[in-house]
Design a protein around this ligand. Sequence first.
Ligand SMILES: *Cc1c(COP(=O)(O)O)cnc(C)c1O
Length: 418
Amino acid sequence: MKNPFVTRSQLDEIVKEHPTPFHLYDETGIRENARRVNAAFAWNPGFKEYFAVKATPNPSILKILREEGCGADCSSLVELMLAERCGFKGQEIMFSSNNTLAEEYQLADKLGAVINLDDLTHVEFLEQAIGHIPETVFCRYNPGGVFTLGEGKDGLQVMDSPGEAKYGMTRPQIAEAFRKLKGLGARTFGIHAFLASNTISNDYYPELAAILFRLAVELREETGCDIRYINLSGGIGVPYRPEEDTNDIHLIGQGVRRKYEEILVPAGMGDVQLCSELGRFMLAPYGCLVTKVLHFKHIYKEYAGVDACAADLMRPAVYGSYHHITVSGKEDAPHDHLYDVTGSLCENCDKFAVDRMLPAIERGDLLVIHDTGAHGHAMGYNYNGKLRSAELLLQPDGTVRMIRRAEKPEDYFATAVW
Ligand SMILES: *Cc1c(COP(=O)(O)O)cnc(C)c1O
């Protein structure tokens, strides 16, 4: 059973002041989870989680994470500007971009951010863009092929295709990049890789770590570069479905530690600092989309129409992603009605759920769409003249604070030239 972090009586109070739809975040959950992540890697002095800003680019959320000791992982000019405005400084900012603009490297350099190069050709491009090579540089590795991870209870735990991904450098390229960077003045080096997304497995990070640790040992031998940092990036998933398991970040931290002690320590590289760029794992479960049921329609199927749409949460429409839905206040009622839950876009993919068993829904019911804290509001858009919703923060004392207002028609018209 998957219950929301907010009750019907709390929601009844919240909607008196804040019209639906809105994304609601749970500050307590965010802080407790961030502390678990930091505790899980506390064995590695210098560990830092750089929150993937793209997942939830809200200043109040970023400031909470900064208070919990996190940095910011940015991949565009405006994300860099946002991180700076939220108080992240220097090496608290990681810049992991691809297909990068010169002005992005220029701002990253000006802010003193750690720069993570996605391609061999960017060694020269970076030098031209900023006029020098920073003392510390990271490079992104892509091993190619297919990445799989052993048998879980339902077969393969993880399967993804780095060989189809546009990111990172091949094995020969990363060695060449390190040599070039060293020749141009870089002194300490980091390695980054992102091999699989939304993994439900305590083995993904340890497996990735082993690949990167071995690579670090090899690259040091081949190039003589002083490799001090390994960036395990994002990819730790969350259980969107009630039957899925929750990743245990403590076990993940211990699994990475074993690989560290097995591979890096014997190679004399026990000073390597680890970092992560988690997005989904940091935020997804601690946000939800709250929406009101407006209409029912019975044609060839039974539809419940709500006041949110794919412009508020595009994952179901675009990826067919499952997001759990709770009819608030009916958590314990029998789930004996079959619905498609739809938004109002003139797009047939605008469905939050297809053929979902739910309790009998009434007009005015509030639906809680779970796990929208990452890649939820962030992926919003204005198609069909839809205005992006507000974001609210449920604070530890039970009060609610608006952390982004809903868009108004003036916002929609502001960029048009009449
Ligand atoms: C998207 C992204 C992340 C975060 O991924 P999650 O799956 O949300 O953890 C981290 N690093 C980079 C470079 C990314 O593009």
